[in-house]
Design a protein around this ligand. Structure first.
Ligand code: SF4
Length: 318
């Protein structure tokens, strides 16, 4: 029997081993000039019953894998059997983490989204974490009681694309939210009890705006103090407006040396108690090990960046 359920095409790196469920399709905004993810597609809200059917299908798959594992004498190694069959989200026969896509599922009607989340917990009673992407602008628009409803239903972590805290740059890349809205949205999420992960994009200001990008981003993050700050360096995707601006000489890509100075400026100016994560994105390849807890690891992070910068400069001189 062929079983089928819809998967979100994108997920945060931390959700590699999570069950992926698709509650909405595409992006509610779709205008960020650096982003190619959902270009040409429009937002669709899936019917709650359709999403529930997907959850039931995922449960059937989990049950079948467990049954098969016992049949072949691997009952105590269900996770291994699941992985051998291309399923990464079933560890020891239990589903513990779920990511709900696509790019802004909190835009659904609160009752509908809460129903989906509650159904996940009914179906997989050992769930520990349910996460979703969320636009800051949508968090600003949601009432505090609506956010609490989602939190109480079991949505535990929100991944928000801050990218930059610089108003001029937010406008330039058409992010569709101001720095103030980023702060309000982030604070509302934390006040409602969510773990908050804010994504920052080194390089987004190019050579033209890197300094204000780093400084203002630190300022906004200081105001929010999210649980996680995640770096994902700009990778210029073809067919995006920013790519065209670069081709026309209006936007200049940062050098690797410039990126190191930019990230150093950002970290230097952070006054938060967040966990900083950079090692899980391939586009951060030029960074030394800067993952750690702020402020405790700030000195180590800055020293690592200074060493990397010194090496980059001596390579450039050689
Ligand atoms: S909100 Fe996110 S997914 Fe939508 S266009 Fe912007 S970066 Fe892309």
């Amino acid at each position: 029997m062929t079983v089928y359920y819809e998967l979100p095409p994108f997920r945060p790196p931390t959700e590699a081993y999570s069950l992926l469920i698709r509650a909405t399709r595409n992006c509610s905004w779709n205008r960020c000039e650096f982003c190619s993810m959902y270009k040409g597609s429009r937002l669709e809200l899936r019917a709650v019953e359709e999403v529930k059917q997907d959850i039931i299908t995922a449960k059937m798959i989990a049950d079948e894998i467990m049954e098969w594992a016992w049949k072949i004498g691997y009952g105590d190694r269900v996770g291994m059997v699941a992985r051998a069959n291309g399923i990464l989200w079933l560890n020891d026969g239990l589903v513990k983490n779920v990511f709900i896509g696509d790019s802004n599922s909190v835009i659904m009607k609160t009752e509908d989204f809460a129903q989906i989340i509650s159904f996940l917990y009914q179906t997989f009673p050992h769930l520990e974490r349910v996460t979703s992407y969320a636009r800051a602008k949508t968090l600003v628009k949601k009432r505090p009681d609506e956010l609490r409803t989602l939190r109480e239903a079991g949505l535990s972590r929100l991944h928000v694309g801050l990218e930059t805290g610089d108003d001029e740059l937010l406008e330039y890349v058409k992010k569709g939210a101001t720095a103030e809205e980023m702060i309000i949205g982030g604070r509302k999420a934390i006040a409602a009890g969510f773990e908050l992960s804010e994504y920052v994009m080194p390089g987004l200001g190019g050579k033209e705006r890197w300094e204000q990008h780093a400084g203002e981003t630190a300022r906004v993050l200081n105001e929010i103090n999210p649980h996680f700050i995640r770096l994902r360096t700009l990778g210029l995707a073809p067919n995006t407006p920013l790519y065209e601006k670069n081709r026309q000489g209006e936007f200049t890509l940062q050098s690797l040396e410039g990126l190191l100075i930019e990230v150093r400026t950002l970290i230097q100016n952070l006054e938060v108690t967040s966990q900083l994560v950079a090692s899980d994105f391939a586009s951060n390849f030029y960074l030394p090990q800067v993952d750690g807890k702020l402020p405790d690891d700030k000195g180590r992070m800055l020293r690592a960046l200074d060493n990397a910068l010194e090496k980059a400069q001596s390579r450039a001189r050689a």
